[in-house]
Design a protein around this ligand. Structure first.
Ligand SMILES: [Zn+2]
Length: 298
């Protein structure tokens, strides 16, 4: 399977339109530091087509930026008709509205995410006058996986964190999931977890067996959002395990056999500056920071 990182930023992107913090200012001065909302394109090889994990507000820029995702011959015109979702957050789902010109969209999501998008964001009633939408279950790993473009896909439940627009919805541990991708042709497995609230036993087991793991790199340390005044909560309190420190993910990822990359970086994360010392800390642990536009073959 081929993985293409379309975007690697948390909500707002880097730079964020209403922010002039050092990370955002640095990205304005150095365009190569810009990061768009996290999204991963996946290709199963052979005659299959690409599919996306998460559809943020940058989605049509993402599709235009990569020749393999642009339209061509064939009845579907575009190679992208399948979208998998890790959660119902606006930064991962607003792009669905930008795909209204599609003939047919197939959306794979867990039950609470589907329900939030259909009932609270009214995606069905807004989009179906334009395009045919079909909803597909993203079953928990261990059950019979769904198949998208030749790749077996399933969900690793991570947390009950609901988007603010669905804060009163019923708790369920599949509100936020990691997507597990398994290519039966090559026997390889990847995990995509841009929002990791807790290092659960299920996630630990799946990560230990994966060839490549993308992990929540929203904040470097647990106090970052409080210290920089963007939240009264810690990183963990906001549903994102920090990278560094006790309970951080770096120490755990360093023990894994597969390739590990951080994604979903917030504009406050010192890693958005390529000269930051924190890059050397991660390199010393054998860990990587994903960039927009990386291609990984598994
Ligand atoms: Zn900023």
């Amino acid at each position: 399977m081929l993985l293409l990182t379309l975007g690697t930023a948390a909500g707002g992107g880097v730079p964020q339109w209403n922010c002039a913090c050092p990370g955002c200012s640095g990205a304005r001065a150095h365009p190569d530091r810009r990061r768009s909302h996290d999204s991963l394109a996946v290709f199963g090889g052979g005659q299959s087509s690409w599919f996306l994990i998460n559809a943020g507000p940058d989605i049509t820029d993402h599709l235009e930026a990569h020749a393999e995702l642009r339209p061509g011959a064939g009845s579907e015109r575009t190679p992208v008709v399948r979208i998998l979702l890790t959660d119902a957050e606006l930064d991962h789902t607003l792009g669905l509205l930008r795909l209204r010109e599609a003939h047919h969209l197939k959306i794979f999501a867990t039950a609470p995410v589907r329900q939030a998008l259909r009932e609270r964001l009214a995606l069905d009633s807004v989009l179906t006058p334009y395009a045919t939408i079909t909803w597909h279950d993203l079953p928990p790993s261990g059950q019979t996986p769904a198949v998208a473009a030749g790749i077996e896909v399933s969900a690793v439940p991570l947390s009950t964190k609901r988007p603010r627009y669905a804060a009163d919805a019923v708790e369920d541990d599949t509100w936020v999931v990691a997507v597990r991708l398994h290519d039966p042709a090559t026997g390889t497995t990847a995990l995509y977890a841009p929002a990791l609230a807790a290092w659960t036993e299920d996630f630990a087991n799946e990560a230990a067996g994966a060839d490549c793991v993308f992990v929540d790199g929203t904040f470097w340390d647990d106090d970052e959002p409080k210290r920089l005044g963007i939240s009264a909560r810690t990183s963990t309190g906001m549903g994102h395990l920090p990278i560094d420190g006790p309970g951080g993910t770096a120490g755990r990822l360093a023990q894994l056999p597969g390739r590990c990359l951080y994604t979903h970086l917030n504009n406050t994360n010192p890693l958005v500056d390529p000269s930051a010392r924190q890059h050397r800390v991660l390199a010393g642990l054998g860990l990587e920071v994903a960039q927009d536009g990386m291609v990984i073959e598994l």
